[in-house]
Design a protein around this ligand. Structure first.
Ligand SMILES: CC(C)(COP(=O)(O)OP(=O)(O)OC[C@H]1O[C@@H](n2cnc3c(N)ncnc32)[C@H](O)[C@@H]1OP(=O)(O)O)[C@@H](O)C(=O)NCCC(=O)NCCS
Length: 442
């Protein structure tokens, strides 16, 4: 398989680089941690090395070194398609190399072989109450697929450490192959008549989701899916879902256990659930005016929201200090495909006004839109109006990044993650200049 071959070729030089850092620079200091960082979510502390992507505060995400516009320009696409195939992106994330058309197609073809859901996953979801949150069903579905884990089977048979990454990669391909089918099945079962639609072998991975949920505006929605699944695939190694995945994977839990755990983090309102809040807020603005608000009306509305202590969803970011390029890419999509959409026009108006209003507060570090400021608007336009499903779409994409991180963590033999905690009393003694009464055990 193409990903095995390529990773086998490049792995020796990666192992040499990592071993050199660990052995020759053992005591080199990267970061000192302050009390406020300990108490405030370890914010800004560089705690791991993750090569799949990096969020530059002023440029946004770089996937394997490529900015979003570069990724969209350089990845191969099928004839007649505006946006690239996810198979090419997966090749890039896994191998650190921009694929040609043939390589991207080989990943897509491998996915097609494994796209079908096993019966027990379908019956497990059927046994759940229909009111279950779609992220719970998605996480459960991934966990139920764990019965197929090659890593677990081969580990139990005595797999050698240097080869851990190989069945981890096999599991990753098989899991990611099924994600559009799993998401579409959950969508159809929860919100429609429950029809089980099989993927179309003539379509690429992203477009197949659009096909399986039978979107009435299929061609445009296929393009949106291609774009959406590319944009959300990774956002560095230390956000909640990526870090959860890293931690769970470090215990040699297989890719199914790892990805399900990551999805439970993504399901939190401070992480992946934020996109539904943004659309809710936009609809609130929309319903507060008879027509598109003027700039002055919009600014007054936003100031009132801020004065009543609310945050403006879709604006601000913990790391970014500029407009999120993932917002810009979808903004351009909307300008081309749905310029007359009233919610999109409202997104534009908010974008014209909000940064200056947020700057007036003097405290918002990034007054610009993040990806969630537009995500929901596009899904809403194409009839996917079940807000609680949006995080599942995010998850389908994000597992590409999560599995790429996991394969490389196994390939480079990253050990179990085990930082150290200390007690409040110990910290009080340290800040008072007293030596620790308990010896730190490493
Ligand atoms: C994303 C977010 C959580 C980042 O938080 P952060 O790193 O603490 O952001 P900042 O350092 O800029 O926050 C400084 C202050 O500005 C406020 N602030 C930041 N973004 C704001 C926004 N969009 N609206 C109103 N106030 C905001 C913070 O609440 C904080 O106020 P406080 O000091 O009174 O607690 C924050 O910007 C936010 O809540 N945004 C809206 C929700 C959202 O879009 N989430 C999706 C993120 S991808």
């Amino acid at each position: 398989m193409i990903l095995h071959d390529r990773i086998s070729d490049i792995l020796p030089s990666w192992r040499t680089r990592v071993n050199r850092l660990v052995n020759e620079y053992r005591d080199f200091k990267v970061c000192d941690v302050t009390v406020s960082q300990i108490y405030q979510g370890i914010r800004g502390v560089q705690i791991q090395v993750a090569d799949i992507s990096y969020v530059d505060p002023y440029e946004g995400i770089r996937l394997r070194g490529y900015t979003i516009p570069e990724v969209l320009e350089k990845l191969p696409r099928m004839d007649g398609c505006e946006f690239p195939m996810a198979g090419g992106l997966y090749y890039l994330l896994m191998t650190d190399e921009m694929p040609d058309f043939d390589k991207a197609m080989q990943v897509e073809d491998e996915w097609k072989k494994h796209a079908e859901l096993p019966d027990h996953v379908i019956s497990m979801i059927h046994s759940m109450p229909r009111t279950t949150h779609p992220m719970t069903l998605f996480s459960q579905g991934i966990l139920a697929l764990q019965t197929e884990s090659e890593f677990t089977r081969r580990y139990n048979d005595g797999l050698t450490k240097a080869d851990y990454w190989i069945p981890t990669l096999d599991d990753s391909i098989r899991l990611t192959a099924k994600l559009p089918s799993l998401a579409a099945f959950i969508y159809n079962w929860k919100y429609r008549d429950g029809a089980m639609i099989m993927p179309d072998p003539n379509l690429d991975w992203s477009a197949n989701f659009a096909y399986m949920v039978e979107n009435p505006n299929n061609h445009e929605y296929e393009e949106l899916c291609r774009l959406f699944f590319l944009l959300h695939s990774d956002h560095e190694g230390a956000n909640v879902s990526a870090h959860t995945a890293h931690l769970v994977n470090s215990a040699l839990s297989d890719i199914y256990l790892t990805s399900s755990a990551a999805m439970n983090g993504l399901a939190g309102p401070l992480h992946g659930l934020a996109n539904q809040e943004c659309l809710r807020w936009l609809l609130k603005v929309y319903n507060s005016f008879d027509a598109l608000p003027s700039k002055e009306e919009m600014a007054m509305f936003a100031r009132k929201e801020l004065q009543s202590g609310r945050v403006i969803p879709g604006y601000g970011h913990a790391v970014l200090r500029t407009t999120d390029p993932r917002f810009t890419a979808q903004y351009e999509f909307a300008r081309k495909y749905l310029p007359e959409d009233e919610l999109y026009q409202l997104v534009c108006r908010v974008y014209e006004v909000l940064p200056d209003v947020l700057k007036e507060t003097g405290k918002v570090k990034n007054p610009y839109p993040n990806v969630d400021a537009i995500n929901g608007t596009l899904q809403y336009h194409y009839g996917v109006r079940e807000f609680d499903f949006y995080t599942v779409l995010f998850g389908v994409s994000r597992i590409m990044g999560i599995t790429a991180h996991s394969v490389w963590a196994r390939a480079l033999n990253k050990p179990i993650e085990r930082p150290k905690s200390l007690t409040t009393a110990m910290l009080e003694e340290r800040v008072a200049g007293k030596p620790d009464t308990i010896e730190v055990e490493l």
